[in-house]
Ligand binder design. Structure first.
Ligand SMILES: NC(=O)c1ccc[n+]([C@@H]2O[C@H](COP(=O)([O-])OP(=O)(O)OC[C@H]3O[C@@H](n4cnc5c(N)ncnc54)[C@H](OP(=O)(O)O)[C@@H]3O)[C@@H](O)[C@H]2O)c1
Length: 321
């Protein structure tokens, strides 16, 4: 087994995590994600662990993902930190994304969801549970949702609590000062949360980055964007356009665009891990190889920060003359 991936501490959790984590959403087998057979599911998840990745993120919302983790790697549970989400509807895994019931942050549903995650993944504890879909602070307070996660923590079913947060709610989430971990979208073409990532890290939280390779939309055929739900497409198109129109050829120095992008994300000093998703074993191996190289050289990172805007790609493109 090789284990050359750089690690960092996930903020105040003290967990030692590989800077390349694994996002298990691609295992969902619903919507536009193909259903993997047991052999393919076993191959990808065992390869994640064989390559030394020690942080896996999933959610009850990701179709069959939690079940597949339970079926394929529950026997290797001691080798990885496991994060899931809560507040998600309790439903069968095959309900399509657009037909799912709304999220419910009542204490009863938060508890039911965590217990379901434990059953599905055949484990006694989750290392991290994050509120999904960035609920407003008022909604969490009305439901007293955090208290339920803290109770689950006391019971040993959950080790640390987190928030999958985005603007505009994220600032309030940070101010609540209760979360050990934040999961936040970020990449070279999606830098709009960068200052809040810094603020959350300064407050002592561990930072889990999602979208760290911008779903591959800058290297894949543009048509791949049409497979995603309609509400996501404009931002994906804008990020692709921003990527294409920003000249970085002189910064690549032999790197592929994917290497540049993944190492840019890993260069963010506030980031603990980036949970890159893939169902493709070759992509997984390529990502491991790249992540093992660590951050971009300092001068290239600094120059990339000058060339790519901190504001949302859509907003940035609209204000160009
Ligand atoms: N909290 C939330 O609301 C939320 C929302 C979305 C995602 N997430 C979590 O974050 C994880 C990752 O997020 P994400 O899916 O948004 O973004 P991502 O990790 O930036 O992108 C994943 C996509 O990139 C492609 N990819 C990965 N490596 C590649 C490579 N070497 N070459 C070409 N394509 C490559 C994958 O396609 P292939 O399968 O073809 O490799 C996959 O479709 C998810 O799995 C999930 O755990 C959380």
């Amino acid at each position: 087994m090789m284990n050359t991936l750089p690690k960092s501490i996930l903020g105040r959790t003290g967990l030692w995590v590989t800077k390349l984590g694994y996002g298990a959403m691609e295992l969902r087998g619903t919507d536009h994600f193909p259903r993997l057979n047991a052999k393919a599911a076993s191959a990808i998840l065992n390869s994640v662990l064989d390559n030394g990745i020690n942080y896996i993120d999933t959610s009850p919302d990701y179709g069959y993902s939690e079940q597949i983790i339970g079926e394929q790697i529950a026997h290797r549970r001691a080798e990885f930190h496991l994060a899931s989400k809560c507040g998600c509807p309790i439903e069968e895994p095959d309900v399509p994304h657009d037909q799912r019931k709304p999220h419910d942050f009542s204490r009863a549903n938060v508890r039911a969801g965590v217990l379901q995650s434990l059953r599905r993944m055949k484990t006694d504890y989750l290392d991290v549970v994050q509120f999904h879909v960035s609920p407003e602070r008022a909604e969490l307070e009305t439901n007293d949702s955090v208290a339920e996660l803290l109770k689950l923590k006391e019971e040993g079913k959950v080790r640390f609590i987190g928030m999958s947060g985005t603007m505009p709610q994220l600032e309030d989430h940070i101010a609540m000062n209760v979360f050990d971990v934040f999961q936040i979208p970020y990449s070279v073409v999606e830098r709009e949360h960068e200052d809040l990532i810094h603020k959350a890290a300064q407050g002592g939280a561990g930072i889990v980055i999602r979208g760290g390779v911008s779903r591959g939309v800058m290297v894949k055929d543009a048509a791949v964007i049409d497979e995603y739900p309609a509400f996501l497409r404009p931002a994906f198109r804008a990020r692709r356009q921003l990527w294409q129109q920003t000249n970085i050829d002189d910064l690549l120095e032999g790197m592929t665009p994917m290497e540049f992008m993944l190492r840019f994300t890993i260069s963010n000093p506030d980031m603990s891990t980036t949970i890159v998703g893939t169902a493709n074993p070759a992509h997984l191996l390529a990502n491991v190889k790249v992540a093992a190289k660590g951050p971009l050289p300092k001068d290239i990172y600094a120059e990339a920060c000058k060339r790519f805007p901190k504001m949302a790609a859509e907003q940035y493109l609209q204000q160009l003359p």
